[in-house]
Write a protein of this length. Structure first.
Length: 268
């Protein structure tokens, strides 16, 4: 049976470690026959990413189905630097004639602006959170646009804190709201090229980044009791929906915020 992404090149931005949602997406892309290109920020991540890619090579079933799945180029990319972004996508353009999908799984805010009173958010922290978490999608889409094939998809990751107050999420709430607005405007802008832009609003997942949110474990416990499915979601479930949005099965879907949260969004 042919994979949903067979013969397609997918760029995944934001893999930091094996618990990253971005890495779950990378594995799912490979399992569906897609050719992966990973971007990273900082040389310190290279060895870690090489180790993760080695895990693909050790997957006998994957190698049997797609022998080239572990041939994953790594491209350095600093999303806060326009020149670095342009250089990264120029390098990607030298690796492939076209991009069929772009996954943006990047968010950051200063730790001090995630805690305490929201009214105490610093100007610098607010700007940094929006720059890294929202504007980076716009900048990446701009650089990827000349390379994107008709029918290509862009998918980013958002969270319920964009729409309602989540304790200890603070400055990331407005940043995610901005990101979701960017999804809609990019969908309108890139639609004439046949490029779709969507977001996955994932339920909370125990990633390394989530550890910076105070009382995150308590949040998981509470949600598990009150979601319609009476459980939390996994990175793999988020990845599966991301693959769907990148595939032709979602060829008429754009400008959407798709919830993968065990139904939590329906309960408030």
């Amino acid at each position: 049976m042919r994979g949903l992404l067979e013969g397609r090149t997918i760029v995944v931005m934001g893999v930091a470690n094996e618990r990253s949602i971005a890495w779950a997406v990378g594995r799912a892309v490979a399992a569906q026959g897609g050719r992966l290109i990973l971007t990273y920020q900082g040389r310190r991540l290279v060895r870690r990413l090489e180790h993760l890619i080695g895990g693909l090579e050790a997957d006998a079933d994957l190698m049997r189905a797609y022998p080239g799945a572990a041939e994953v180029p790594l491209v350095e990319c600093d999303v806060t630097d326009d020149a670095a972004l342009a250089a990264a996508f120029a390098e990607i353009g030298a690796l492939t004639p076209a991009i069929d999908g772009l996954v943006h799984s990047i968010a950051w805010a200063p730790a001090e602006d995630l805690q305490g009173s929201f009214a105490s958010t610093t100007r610098e922290g607010f700007a940094a959170a929006n720059d890294v978490s929202a504007y980076s999608l716009v900048a990446a889409a701009r650089e990827a646009r000349p390379l994107m094939s008709p029918g290509a998809g862009i998918v980013t990751m958002t969270y319920a804190g964009s729409q309602r107050v989540i304790p200890n999420y603070n400055v990331m709430g407005p940043a995610k709201a901005s990101l979701e607005a960017c999804v809609r405007y990019l969908a309108a802008d890139l639609g004439s090229d046949g490029v779709r832009v969507n977001a996955v609003s994932a339920g909370p997942i125990h990633t390394v980044a989530a550890r910076t949110i105070k009382d995150f474990g308590s949040m998981l416990d509470l949600l598990q009791q009150h979601t319609p499915l009476r459980r939390n979601v996994t990175a793999e479930e988020v990845a599966d929906v991301t693959v769907f949005l990148l595939s032709d099965l979602a060829r008429a879907v754009t400008g959407e915020i798709v919830h993968v949260d065990a139904g939590a969004h329906a309960m408030t």
